[in-house]
Design a protein around this ligand. Structure first.
Ligand code: F6P
Length: 322
């Protein structure tokens, strides 16, 4: 092992930079050369990269985004693109590639491994926390704090006006952010893609809350909770005569300085991934299981449908939110 490549791909996540720093510093410590590809797989395809040394990752542990840039790369869905990526990696003399990203990025890594003989290890970087093979993904904890701050602020104004507020948080396919934000923020209702949306139930509960004297209500809605998204939920509630206000938090959740847990996760997994390469591992996801670092085959991580959010939280919220 002499020269390794690294890239950040898909939706950026706070802590990606902390992970890059850990990777580069660990690699340099072991006398490895590091090539950082720009904008994910696109940088591999276009030959856009920079050599990263210990100094080039100085002062980034606290910065959101990714100094390498990121992208979603449609070319990686086709054999032609994947073959070109493999050819370019060979041409650059890259022995191993580290990919920081979510499901799409890990799928790209698996495709690449079918055309390229170098070692590949993935690291979980996405605010969605929806990747198998790890308990937590880098960026999730920071996104949660951002969303939680929004809930707290909305509660203030909701209370002042006795209003119903709908907050849409990210998560097209996964309810992790909505669930944890809702529980942490004391939301009355939490709507997630993993649970069928039933407007009648929501209306009944709103009536019950109001009958019990509860005036301000906060409903946290995951992006993918229902067809039509948060706007549909607003229409359904207003249709029953309840005034609502809607806030779509959007990409605010993707930015910002990573919280301590994201920096910790990013740093430990970054070191672990380089050590795993040195131990000869390949086609693995470097993830966290409890306190332990663990390697799970990338294919298994992608197939792991068990990484569902703990929906029992919805049940306990029924009495917490009374
Ligand atoms: O996967 C991360 C994520 O932020 C999702 O929560 C969201 O649905 C999606 O990316 C948004 O994608 P884009 O940044 O391409 O609009």
């Amino acid at each position: 092992l002499h020269r390794i490549g690294v890239l950040t791909s898909g939706g950026d996540a706070p802590g990606m930079n902390a992970c890059l720093r850990a990777i580069v510093r660990t690699a340099v410590y072991h006398n490895l050369e590091v090539i950082g590809f720009q904008h994910g797989y696109r940088g591999v395809l276009l030959g856009e990269y920079q050599v990263l040394d210990a100094r080039s990752v100085a002062n980034i542990i606290q910065r959101g985004g990714t100094i390498l840039g990121s992208a979603r790369c449609p070319e990686m869905h086709h054999a032609e693109g994947v073959e070109r990526a493999a050819k370019n990696l060979k041409g650059l003399g890259i022995d191993a590639l580290l990919v920081i990203g979510g499901n799409g990025s890990m799928q790209g890594a698996v495709s690449l491994s079918e055309h390229w003989s170098g070692q590949i290890i993935g690291l979980p970087g996405t605010i969605d926390n929806d990747l198998g093979g790890t308990d937590w993904t880098i960026g999730f904890f920071t996104a949660l704090d951002t969303a939680l701050d929004a809930v707290d602020r909305l509660r203030d104004t909701a209370d002042a006006f006795d209003r119903i507020f709908l907050l849409e948080v990210m998560g097209r396919h996964a309810g992790w952010i909505a669930l944890f934000t809702g529980i942490g923020g004391g939301a009355e209702e939490i709507l997630i893609p993993e649970q069928a949306y039933d407007p009648e139930t929501i209306i009944t509960r709103i009536k019950e809350y109001r009958a019990r004297g509860k005036k301000s209500l906060v409903v946290v809605v995951a992006e993918g909770a229902c067809n039509g998204g948060v706007q549909q939920v607003a229409v359904d509630i207003e249709g029953h005569g309840f005034e609502t206000r809607t806030c779509v938090l959007g990409h605010v959740q993707r930015g910002g300085s990573p919280v301590a847990l994201d920096r910790y996760l990013a740093t430990e997994l970054g070191v672990f991934a380089v050590q795993s390469l040195l131990a000869g591992e390949t086609q693995m996801l470097a993830g966290k299981l409890g306190q332990a670092n663990q390697l799970v085959p990338l294919r298994e991580a992608l197939a792991d449908r068990n990484h569902q959010p703990p929906t029992h939280l919805l049940k306990i919220n029924r009495f917490l939110a009374t």
